[in-house]
Design a protein around this ligand. Structure first.
Ligand SMILES: *[C@@H]1O[C@H](CO)[C@@H](O)[C@H](O)[C@H]1NC(C)=O
Ligand SMILES: *[C@@H]1O[C@H](CO)[C@@H](O)[C@H](O)[C@H]1NC(C)=O
Length: 735
């Protein structure tokens, strides 16, 4: 009687709406003799569930079945609509079975067990069996064994999977303790993404707070639950109802959501605590001895590590044997890092086995490998944040600037000394394009930096409008203070002198006197794209060709920056407010303060200090600190969604980070309703196919890092007929 869902699995990948549609269809299809099998949600005594078959709850919300991870098999439950089939519960997490010769049985005595060829049956409901019973997967995600009355009605629940949580809390599940039975409800993270065994972190309810422990030591706590919210959890969602119960029988916490809403809270293997789509309660690796985030427990760093030390994944030259190895397979990377950090002589660590368990540690300072070196090995190297703060590319930038200034000096001299030498003068003129302005001349141009001339304010200082004696209008960016970052930005922005492209802003000159650092640009009269996108009146006035021109222009500017300019750069902070518009509404990318140079052949992303703008930056940027051309591709995807929808990725009134624009775009895409996302002012008779293609390209851009197209791909896809089908956005790949 058990249907094979296998045939439909590819449809299910297409997302919730469509998946569910096919689910229904499979039961309605052929009318007459019901050839299509009804999906059952329960197992009766004497029946079994074969390895390849699935149980589906009555409304189709949850699915139960066997799955394979790294050659081992497990029984688990997942949201039917979850394209990643991320398991919300695993029956035999620390007791995997090998092979596929297994099935789930409810025997004549009411014992629920996994029978497999590799050993004794794994019994799930040991002392809670009854002859007349049934095992049912409910729409809450709870898998229950109930005793039945003789008329078939339910007498009582004997066993339930909610009593044995793994790493996920579903609505209605309890965290806490049953004082009568001693039953303890807590979550334990997986060891890593491949190994569901209980890992480094646990989540408990202590009667007033949620507490995450790391190997038994308090790591983070939520603060007390008051007025429907926790002190240290910034949920701006009113979608949750928290329940805290304390009576003679039990002390527990539980939450609920509106009927039918999909929701889960997951404790991940790096101590991250997320809700359904990755909205953070606790960031991965958030609490270490150096940063004090709200809720983090105080951890004393070892005395030898006085500055902030962090782990960086680095390629080092063949490191020889580690000085210490621990083959305990219940240890994961997170444990190895904690052990290494607390041992003064440890310089690097890694896991031992291919399933990333066990720990090995190094003592020596390990030489970094270069691209192409033989015998390299990737390790997690403990580096002081001083080194991280000034990564190697800063030195390249400084070197390039020094060389540039030197050449500037040489050319100035040579021009002065050899008037009339046409060829030389031409070269010198090239460089003369960027002038050094005196402070006095800039003050004159901007009316002494008057408030009337102020046209903007950014993270790095203020921007003033000005007029040069010849009548040319300029924008002056006055960097505030001589902070390290201000200086880096000054150095950085002047690098775009070398970047001549119609979609990049043109730098006219700079001013550097005393403490003042200023950059002088052409003034663009039409303001920035942010003001255009989110102003309904200005949107209305814009014709279709202008939108096309803006989108293509940004894509081409980025492609030039990544691939065709003399320095290969990543912008690193692309967003609507950084795109300026000239007279003819041509877009010009500006604000290169965070740009960085990368080597063209470099496949590994760089790690660096986080400076980008939330919402526009891809998840790997926040979780791993990775920055590569793909970072800009992601930001471009977000920007396109903002353009077509007229909605902000992060609404201004709301510090919420749940990125509903992306969620909504993906949902509508899955339902084939993408046009619903589009601002009605934009859709015209000729534009619908084009707009749907744009949304498709945008979704491709916000996929996982490795799936994202390059900027050149994007440029050609904007014109081509059929870009490929997008995979789910990166924010859905819970890490
Ligand atoms: C039920 O339990 C009895 C006693 O433990 C055992 O002898 C019998 O084999 C069991 N029946 C089934 C169907 O497993
Ligand atoms: C991980 O790999 C090691 C070595 O192959 C093995 O002993 C261990 O059982 C594995 N753990 C799991 C949970 O797969």
């Amino acid at each position: 009687m058990y249907s094979s869902f296998g045939g439909f699995s590819s449809y299910l990948r297409m997302g919730q709406g469509l998946g569910f549609f096919f689910f229904i269809l499979s039961c309605v299809c052929l009318g007459g003799p019901c050839f299509c099998s009804a999906h059952t949600d329960s197992i009766k005594p004497g029946e079994g569930l074969q390895f390849s078959k699935l149980l589906v709850s009555a409304q189709g919300t949850f699915t139960l079945g066997f799955f394979i991870l790294d050659t081992r098999s497990y029984l688990g439950i997942w949201y039917t609509s979850d394209v990643n089939n991320k398991k919300v519960w695993v029956a035999n997490r620390d007791n995997p079975i090998s092979g596929t010769n297994a099935n789930l049985m409810l025997d004549g005595n009411g014992t629920l067990m996994i029978i497999h060829s590799g050993g004794d049956p794994i019994v799930l409901n040991s002392n809670q069996a009854s002859r007349n019973s049934i095992a049912t997967l409910l729409d809450s995600g709870n898998f229950v064994v109930s005793a039945l009355n003789s008329d078939g009605s339910v007498k009582q629940t004997l066993w339930e999977s909610f009593d044995d949580p793994t790493d996920t809390l579903l609505p209605g599940m309890k965290l806490g303790i049953n004082l009568k039975t001693g039953q303890n409800w807590s979550l334990a993270s997986w060891i890593n993404e491949q190994v569901p065994d209980p890992g480094t972190f646990t989540l408990e309810w202590n009667g007033t707070q949620l507490v995450i422990k790391r190997r038994g030591d308090i790591y983070w706590s939520s603060g007390i639950l008051k007025d429907r919210s926790f002190e240290f959890i910034q949920t701006h969602h009113n979608i949750y109802y928290f329940i805290s119960v304390c009576n003679d029988n039990e002390i527990y916490f539980s939450y609920s959501v509106q009927d039918g809403a999909i929701s889960k809270w997951v404790l991940n293997w790096r101590g991250g605590f997320f809700d359904t789509y990755g909205t953070l309660f606790v960031k991965e690796d958030m609490c270490d001895p150096y940063d004090k985030y709200p809720g983090c427990a105080v951890q004393e760093p070892p005395t030898c590590r006085t500055t902030d030390f962090q782990f960086m994944k680095q390629s080092v030259l063949n490191s020889g044997y580690p000085s210490l190895m621990n083959i305990d397979t219940s240890l994961g990377l997170s444990d190895c890092q904690a052990i290494c950090r607390n041992n003064c002589s440890c310089t690097a660590c890694n896991t031992v086995f291919t399933n990333e368990t066990g720990c090995q540690f190094w003592r020596d300072k390990l030489p970094r490998a270069r691209v192409g070196d033989a015998n390299q090995e990737e390790l997690y190297v403990l580096s002081s944040s001083k080194d991280i703060g000034k990564p190697w590319w800063i030195w390249i930038i400084i070197l390039v600037v020094v060389v540039f200034l030197f050449m500037l000096a040489v050319f100035c001299c040579s021009q002065r000394n050899s008037r009339g030498d046409g060829k030389k003068r031409e070269t010198a003129k090239d460089i003369d394009n960027v002038k050094e302005f005196s402070l006095v001349s800039v003050m004159a141009a901007t009316n002494n930096f008057s408030d009337e001339n102020k046209i903007g304010k950014g993270g790095f200082g203020s921007v003033y409008k000005g007029i040069l004696p010849g009548g040319q209008e300029i924008a002056v960016k006055r960097l505030s203070g001589v902070s390290t970052w201000g200086l880096d930005q000054f150095v950085n922005e002047r690098l775009i002198v070398n970047q001549q492209h119609r979609n990049l802003i043109r730098l006219l000159g700079y001013c550097s006197e005393g403490e003042e650092r200023m950059l002088i640009y052409e003034l663009l009269p039409n303001g920035n794209l942010e003001d255009l996108i989110f102003d309904p009146d200005r949107r209305k006035g814009l014709d279709w060709n202008t939108w096309c021109n803006i989108i293509k222009g940004i894509a081409q500017g980025l492609d030039y920056l990544h691939n065709h300019s003399r320095l290969n750069m990543v912008h690193g902070d692309l967003k609507a407010s950084n795109i300026l518009l000239d007279h003819d509404m041509n877009p010009k990318i500006s604000d290169f303060g965070t740009a960085r140079i990368f080597e063209r052949n470099e496949s590994e992303p760089q790690t660096s200090k986080l400076v980008g703008t939330f919402g526009y930056m891809p998840p790997e940027y926040f979780s791993e600190g990775w920055c590569s051309p793909k970072t800009d591709v992601y930001s471009f995807g977000v920007l396109m969604l903002e353009i077509v929808s007229g909605q902000r990725i992060i609404p201004p009134d709301c510090k919420d980070d749940n990125l509903s624009l992306i969620r909504n775009a993906w949902k509508l895409w899955g339902e084939g309703n993408s046009l619903k996302l589009v601002d009605p002012a934009m859709v015209g008779p000729h534009s619908t196919t084009q707009i749907v293609r744009w949304i498709r390209v945008a979704l491709l851009c916000i996929q996982k890092h490795e799936e994202r197209p390059t900027m050149s791909d994007v440029c050609s896809m904007l014109n081509r007929r059929d870009p490929p089908e997008p995979n789910p956005p990166a924010i859905f790949a819970l890490r």
